[in-house]
Design a protein. Structure first.
Length: 186
């Protein structure tokens, strides 16, 4: 009789566990910066064409510079430090994506306040998924973070590749602002 009671209690506990589970949480963005092991082909709306990038530097400030132009044509910096993840234009203060703060929790809306040039910037984003797949260009990425930004656009950040797609919502349609169209091993 005692074994049946213990067995029934254990079974009811196991059945109750899924009902009390927490939303998925990603505690660190360290593995979501672009890898130094790849050459990337990216499209960015201001260039209106694909450019090649190679990345170097520490995780805290991974610099990906344009490689297939005749002059120093800039690049991008993906930064992960103090639990904050952002991507901007190299050698400037211009950000391409909003700053996302870790830990990220699935299905949670974040109301953020960050310093900027004239004081503070307030913005909102919602973490939709923390471990999804996304096809962009010629590649399908695993372990992708999907974030909806306050303008209705989306940011997709892939493990070991950084931002793979960033869109804005313009006149009801998604407009690609930045994407990785391909990558190959260095």
């Amino acid at each position: 009789m005692k074994k049946r009671i213990v067995g029934a209690a254990t079974l009811s506990l196991l059945l109750a566990l899924p009902m009390t589970s927490q939303a998925a949480t990603l505690t660190s963005g360290k593995e979501y910066v672009p890898s130094k092991a790849y050459k990337y082909s990216v499209y960015e709306i201001s260039r209106k064409k694909a450019v090649g990038l190679t990345c170097k530097g520490p995780v805290q400030q991974r610099t990906c510079m344009v490689t297939n132009t005749k002059k120093n044509d800039g690049g991008y910096i993906t930064s992960y430090k103090n639990k904050k993840y952002d991507m901007g234009i190299a050698y400037s203060d211009g950000l391409i994506i909003p700053t996302y703060t870790f830990p990220l929790k699935e299905n949670v809306t974040v109301h953020a306040v960050e310093p900027d040039f004239i004081g503070t910037m307030k913005y909102t984003y919602k973490v939709l998924e923390l471990d999804t797949k996304k096809t962009v260009g010629k590649k399908t990425y695993k372990h992708v973070i999907k974030i909806k930004n306050e303008d209705g656009g989306y940011t997709f950040i892939a493990k070991n590749h950084g931002v793979i797609l960033f869109t804005h919502k313009v006149k009801g349609k998604q407009k690609t602002m930045y994407k990785i169209s391909n990558y190959v091993k260095r």
